[in-house]
Write a new protein. Sequence first.
Length: 394
Amino acid sequence: MTKMKLKNLSICMLALLAFSFQSCLEDAVDETKISYTESEWADISATLNLPQGFDEYNPSFFGGNNNRSDAKATLGRVLFYDNNLSIDNSTNCSSCHAQKLAFSDDKAFSEGIDGVKTKRNSLALGIGSGMSLANYYNNFDLGFFWDERAGTIAEQLKETIPNSEEMGMELHALTEKIKDLPYYKVLFDKAYGNNGVVEEHLITESLEFFISAMVTGQSKFELAVASSNAFNNTPTVNLAGLSDAENQGKNLFINDCASCHSASMGPFLTFALGIPANLTRGNNGLDMVYEDKGIGASTGFSNDNGHFKVPLLKNIAVTGPYMHDGRFSTLEEVVDFYSTGIQDHENLSEQLKEGDKPKKFDYTQEEKDNLIAFLHTLTDEAMLTDPKFSDPFK
């Protein structure tokens, strides 16, 4: 081959490489400039109340924020509220995890398909303070469900969606059910750039994006901590943003409750206090004999009987009834139990013992009132009302 031909070929190859490189750059730009065409928007808006752009969800567990991850969270939001997830079109994720209740339920046991009751109370999903539920659980090696038998949100979803007491819909059947719905063709394409192909793992992943995006930090307590430079060094310092009763309740909580509930407070207290999250699951002496053995039912070990996840306390005032079986309707009942009702179960957690007997905190009525006043400061109204977490169906 002549030098001239080689030179011309090299020029052509360089031009082709430059074109390819430019195309890659354009693809990268397009990744963050997702938008609906006119026909796509018609398919979306016929069924859904979604913004024409994408809400900024910033699901921190998945590393930063861009339009593609926001599109995945948007898809997850639609799936979360879609009755198509149940075999008889009667229920969806929000049936047991309502936004106004911090994505929990107000019944002791939730109702699934055919009115069948679940075996345990629904746990709240919202956590807040800049860290996703998935990231926080990973940080403290927590599992999902009261007995922590699932390692990830996706694993949890693979159990709940097909569960005969909840939605009764096998994931492979769900993909067939929704694959031809016009709004899902658009949403899957925007989320994954895959021409709208519906796949099982994409369903669970997008739901995981949405659930992990339930992050805000606007509770009264969080805002008071954020505005105080002293709190990290002296957590019992009175916070200017709290009332005298709320501050006294906070200090009582730190002295009596944080040894069990530091992790369950979420990052806004766990890291601020610097208290090791040494009790993420435990036996709190609800019964002498547990009908539901909790973690023991999963592991088969008798010393795990009566052990359950220590639930998150963010928005605790709106997530009643309380405990794994919803036996307590109010926070007053919960505080009364811890004051004088802890039972001497053989697996009772050490944090609730005094010597070899259950602790009796014997709170006065004023102390009870102050403690409950503090727990109310953990409510994040922004999370409970944020439109991007709401039902998008018309």
